[in-house]
Design a protein around this ligand. Structure first.
Ligand SMILES: Cc1cc2nc3c(=O)[nH]c(=O)nc-3n(C[C@H](O)[C@H](O)[C@H](O)COP(=O)(O)OP(=O)(O)OC[C@H]3O[C@@H](n4cnc5c(N)ncnc54)[C@H](O)[C@@H]3O)c2cc1C
Length: 233
């Protein structure tokens, strides 16, 4: 095509743009202000004993253009990367670990593996509002099919005090009748079950219940019972 092009910056994007332009027949001049190419993914003192590999440390399989660019410049994926099922874990080892296999089924299996038990809870969908009591009734009915004649407010607590401005109101639902759940798409596969108090407390000890809002609601219930404001036994 025979045109001249200046590319500023020799990071991943500048290098990729320069290569694409070269393939189209351009005469490319690449400007880079740092001593070496690579941008935020460059090696520092590459090849020396105190060299530091600044990245890319994680390249997910969906980076198909990155993989295509590597193939274009002759880098074999197997030489540059160790291919593993996706893991997003923090320093304590907590987070998401997908099993091996095709991406979508593996993601679903991995996400389902992180599920636990909790009391029904939720927030209004974007653009909808209402009272906390209406929300409590809606979530209870949607997730479990239960309709409550009586809702008694147990209290309001911060979801993550000092870290987030989100609060949750906790309600005790009584005089229940069973109907059909009306699950939202992201709740499909959600199950509900009745458990005794002893079983509930066992579940909090053995890790089947890890939801802090559920534990907070239970604590509010116990305190309300102690004050004689509710009686369920
Ligand atoms: C420590 C670290 C770890 C990372 N780990 C991962 C990871 O595991 N997985 C992942 O996907 N991403 C990771 N990233 C992010 C990833 O490295 C960047 O998103 C990617 O390198 C950005 O490429 P870029 O070309 O868009 O920009 P940059 O890499 O920032 O490149 C821009 C280039 O332009 C040059 N430049 C800017 N202005 C001028 C100018 N006026 N004249 C000349 N040159 C100029 C800069 O010097 C630089 O070289 C990491 C980043 C860091 C810092």
């Amino acid at each position: 095509m025979g045109f001249r092009l200046a590319v500023i910056g020799a990071g991943w994007s500048g290098l990729a743009a320069a290569l694409e332009a070269l393939a189209l027949g351009a005469e490319v001049t690449l400007f880079e202000m740092a001593p070496a190419a690579g941008g935020r993914a460059r090696d520092l003192n590459a090849g020396s004993d105190d060299g530091l590999d600044n990245g890319q440390h994680i390249c997910i399989g969906a980076y198909s253009e990155t993989l295509r660019l590597m193939a274009t410049v002759g880098v074999a994926e197997g030489d540059a990367f160790l291919r593993l099922p996706l893991r997003l874990v923090d320093a304590r080892g907590l987070g998401l670990r997908l099993p091996s296999g095709q991406a979508m089924p593996a993601f679903i299996r991995g996400a389902l593996g992180r599920r636990g038990w909790s009391f029904p809870q939720g927030a209004f969908p974007h653009g909808q509002t209402g009272t906390p009591e209406e929300l409590a009734r809606t979530e209870l009915a949607q997730e479990t099919g239960l309709r409550a004649v009586r809702l008694q407010r147990l209290g309001v607590l911060a979801v993550a005090h000092g870290m987030a401005s989100q609060y949750g109101e906790h309600w005790l639902a009584t005089d229940l009748t069973q109907g059909e759940p009306d699950l939202e798409p992201e709740e499909l596969g959600l199950r509900h079950a009745w458990v005794s108090r002893d079983e509930f407390e066992t579940m909090t000890r053995d890790g089947r219940i890890v939801d802090s809002a559920t534990l907070a609601a239970y604590a509010l219930l116990l305190m309300a019972e102690r004050r004689g404001e509710v009686s369920l036994r």
